[in-house]
Design a protein around this ligand. Sequence first.
Ligand code: ZN
Length: 346
Amino acid sequence: MFETTTAGSLPKPDWLAETGKLWPLWRAEGAALDAAKSDATLLWLKVQEDLGLDIVGDGEQARQHFVHGFLVQVEGIDFEHKVKMGIRDNRYEAMVPQVVGELRLKGRVHAMEARLARAHTRRRLKFTLPGPMTIVDTVADRHYGGDREGRIRMAFAFAELLNQEARALEADGVDIIQFDEPAFNVYMKDAAEWGVAALERAAQGLACTTAVHICYGYGITANVDWKRTLGQEWRQYEQVFPALAKSSIDQVSLECIHSHVPPDLMRLLDGKDVMVGAIDVASDAIETPEEVASTIGTALQFVARERIFPCTNCGMAPMRREVAERKLAALVEGARLARERWGQAA
Ligand code: ZN
């Protein structure tokens, strides 16, 4: 009960890549880079186990960015000529690659780190992939027509490729495959109309546990500023959760602590496991175990205890390593407190 996990990404050591950045440059290349990625993956597995996390991951150490890390293995994408594009409804600008032709996987995307992680931990292993809707919001379309219909066709094309990699990850021994869909909180109507269907296409035929992470973004300035414009109550989840509740996806990861999400929206996820964000990634202040337990206590008012998985609000990639470690220690300790308090049926 109250098994702990993270949203996915963890800070890269400074010998692997630039720190504190969303699109960090690697410190090495070729075989030396591959070796450094493996070492960082093992390092974080060990740290997660030692901290006591129940469900561990590769910390996304082998990919530069959670979306582009997948796209580098996709044919039909021009990475040589990136263009500046406003993403997440123009919340911030990013240099994005262009879709220029039929999409096809060049080969496996995450075989190295998935197999390495599986070989080195007996804990439950979670692996993350970007969701189809978030991918189409992070590339420029020069092939599918650039309109709404084109976006949808492109999303389903990416969903097929994601499904191929997800099935292969399952065969590698991954227990949980999580798709990250921050775009669901930006394009709520589209998410309900076709985003969830594209997500289900990506997860089609998987026998392992499937999950989706929906957040308000990393703790970067553009996101923190955007959150200030969202008012006292963040009701974005309200439009998407009903569609997710009806979907085949098993688990939903959401923001909770320090957010303005009305916690009663969790009620809309009846029948799903809920990964409750009990660690704020937009602040370096370390949560106390009491704060974590209290967040779990809030979730308990709306979600059955066996369905609650204490988690981070979002990925920790741009944070300082030492801060991330202390926050994860608080998460584990807070979940232990919650187990003491609410572990037994009343
Ligand atoms: Zn996130």
